[in-house]
Design a protein around this ligand. Structure first.
Ligand SMILES: C[S@@+](CC[C@H](N)C(=O)[O-])C[C@H]1O[C@@H](n2cnc3c(N)ncnc32)[C@H](O)[C@@H]1O
Length: 281
């Protein structure tokens, strides 16, 4: 499986995110709230939310920048933009709009925004430098980007433990750590250098550590293990080894997750970077 296939957000990956959207969004809900607090959006600001998915952060920002401000969510996956638009209509939020386009290439207008943000939506570009150079052009001089990306896998028990357990039963496909994927910006040095090469200045990295409910709040260890197999696409990796192996791996996952089960959820340590960078103009 190539990285391109693994990151086909307008296709299979986006379908899978949509199918399990409540669980995914619940897992990263706390991080979204903390990111919006960190960014401290103010009434009147014009904001772009990159890789907005089903738009939960976009809708939150729309409330924060009212009155007078507006937010545009951009995402490459039509099925997620359609979900976001339905939610916008249901919420009656009229200072918010959604665009289906590839942020690496899209022209949203020079200097059209005061702020750019993203919760885990900027790690999947074919060419990060080209994408951030393009996106910087959307910001007015002095405008900033504030986004969340995952820290290193060893600090993200929710994925490290899963990899360890599944790895006992099948070979888990390894990604190029610098290619498109969730952990691509885990190294602040490399990410900072890329952002500076894209023309940003005053780049800073603030670690955000929080436990997150694997499989979403209220999932039991068995439900969280099912989520790992189906939503994180591990079932396919195991199925090649036969049905017995799938069952054994699922049982091993349940056992490994049980010590993290607390107050009705499987709470697992995670670490993300809140990155801030300025467009000097
Ligand atoms: C991990 S999801 C996060 C979704 C959303 N930000 C959230 O927190 O609920 C990553 C998102 O990035 C989007 N994405 C990936 N590549 C993109 C690109 N080139 N341009 C715009 N969006 C992209 C995906 O479609 C997906 O919705």
């Amino acid at each position: 499986m190539s990285d391109i296939e693994m990151e086909d957000w307008a296709g299979e990956i986006g379908d899978r995110w949509l199918m399990h959207i409540d669980r995914f969004e619940s897992m990263i809900g706390q991080i979204g709230t903390a990111l919006l607090d960190f960014a401290a959006f103010k009434p009147g600001e014009r904001v772009v939310d990159v890789g907005c998915g089903g738009g939960p952060t976009t809708l939150g920002i729309a409330r924060a920048v009212a009155p007078g401000g507006s937010v545009t969510g951009i995402d490459i996956a039509p099925q997620l933009i359609s979900e976001a638009e339905q939610r916008r209509l249901a919420a009656g939020q009229d200072n918010c709009s959604f665009v289906c386009a590839d942020a690496q290439r899209a022209d949203l207008g020079a200097g059209a925004f005061d702020r750019l943000t993203s919760r885990f939506g900027v790690m999947f570009f074919e060419d990060s430098l080209a994408a951030f150079t393009n996106m910087r052009g959307w910001l007015k001089p002095g405008g900033d980007a504030v986004f969340a990306c995952w820290g290193p896998p060893p600090e993200n028990t929710w994925i490290a433990l899963v990899g360890q357990v599944i790895g006992q039963f099948a070979e888990v496909p390894q990604r190029d750590p610098s290619g498109p994927g969730p952990f691509r910006f885990a190294d602040p040095q490399a990410t900072g250098a890329m952002l500076e090469a894209a023309g940003f200045s005053d780049v800073s990295f603030t670690p955000h550590r929080a436990e997150q409910p694997l499989g979403g709040a209220g999932s039991s260890p068995a439900e969280a293990a099912g989520f790992v197999l189906d939503s994180l696409a591990m079932r396919g990796v195991l199925e090649a080894q036969g049905g017995v192996v799938v069952a054994r791996a699922e049982a091993a996952l349940v056992e490994a997750l049980t010590p993290y089960y607390r107050d009705g959820s499987v709470m697992m340590p995670g670490m993300s970077w809140f990155v801030r960078a300025r467009n000097p103009g």
